[in-house]
Design a protein around this ligand. Structure first.
Ligand SMILES: [Ca+2]
Length: 314
């Protein structure tokens, strides 16, 4: 368990205590104002104690480790990273703090513009000049999550123009992908992760965004040209709804006891983002097996999923 997770656990515990308090106290119907006050006091007390514990931990960790500061400047920005490079394990053992707390490497990264602090993170960041922006990327670690990407403006106002935290260890791609003089981002929507499937079995949908008038918006033309190429490369014979073994059906419930082939998500998904709903539906109709029931229900549910993506625009 890493440190961030442990902190999450502490937060969860705190939330649980709060909720339990609410339940116990909420059960009595007497003076509500007093109860509310009491809850607030308890919450403050828990938060205070938690902050004391965290500070003690930080002090103890600092005592048992060596650290140095590394400063990177890029344009008007600075990135200051605190790097832990040596742990005295005898000292660490004496603290009785979990060993996982004593991770080496960058434990804090602070990004500053000429006027203010923009980000303070618990991970190391790489800096890349991507033409119109500076791209800062880092990986939070853990089993499934996440790659963090930040794009900072090269012009005033010096600020973060894009922030994404997405599953996996691949950064967003930034550049003039289609050669039209404007900057695009290639990213993906994680909205279908775990949808009717396991983590490994589920699918992501590629999305392109274009920077124009100081904002990133769906680049529908680029998405369409990408998905058209994909469609041209599809081997339709390989798109199959495979029956899920009976003993696994509770875990992966697929569609009508069949695994959903990834093309059924990727292609109509990208077409929907490209503003081509009719074509998306036509693709589905073409590949959907006649004997598989509830196609219309699938289509309805699928569209609701797409529209729940943060990249969806009406
Ligand atoms: Ca472009």
């Amino acid at each position: 368990m890493d440190r961030a997770e442990t902190k999450e656990n502490l937060k969860m515990k705190r939330l649980t205590i709060t909720l339990l308090t609410l339940l116990v106290l909420g059960g009595c119907s007497s003076d509500n104002e007093d109860l509310k006050k009491k809850i607030e006091e308890l919450e403050k007390d828990v938060a205070y104690k938690q902050s004391v514990i965290e500070r003690l931990y930080d002090d103890l960790i600092a005592k048992c480790t060596s650290s140095r500061e590394e400063v990177t400047t890029f344009g008007p920005y600075t990135l200051t990273e605190n790097v832990i490079y040596d742990t005295d394990w005898d000292c660490a053992m004496d603290t009785t703090i979990r060993q996982g707390y004593f991770e080496e490497g960058v434990n804090e990264a602070v990004v500053r513009s000429p006027t203010e602090e923009l980000h303070r993170l618990g991970i190391g960041l790489s800096v890349e000049d991507t033409g119109e922006f500076y791209q800062l990327s880092g990986f939070t670690g853990g089993r499934h999550c996440c790659t963090l990407d930040l794009l900072l403006s090269k012009k005033e106002p010096y600020e973060t123009v894009f922030r994404s935290s997405k599953d996996g260890d691949f950064s967003i791609l930034v550049g003039d992908i289609d050669g039209d003089g404007k900057t695009e981002i290639e990213t993906k929507t994680d909205i279908f992760l775990y949808w009717r499937d396991s983590y490994a079995g589920s699918t992501v949908v590629k999305v392109f965004l274009e920077y124009s008038s100081n904002a990133f918006k769906l680049d529908k033309d680029l998405i369409y040209s990408y998905v058209t190429k994909e469609i041209n490369n599809i081997e339709y014979d390989s798109i199959k709804f495979v029956l899920i073994e009976e003993e696994s059906r509770e875990d992966w419930y697929g569609w009508e006891d069949h695994y959903i082939p990834h093309e059924i998500i990727e292609i109509p998904g990208a077409l929907m983002f490209a503003g081509r709903e009719e074509e998306a539906k036509r693709f589905l109709d073409y590949v959907w097996p006649e004997e598989l029931p509830n196609k219309d229900l699938y289509w309805k549910e699928f569209k609701e999923m797409i529209k729940g993506s943060k990249y969806w625009e009406n």
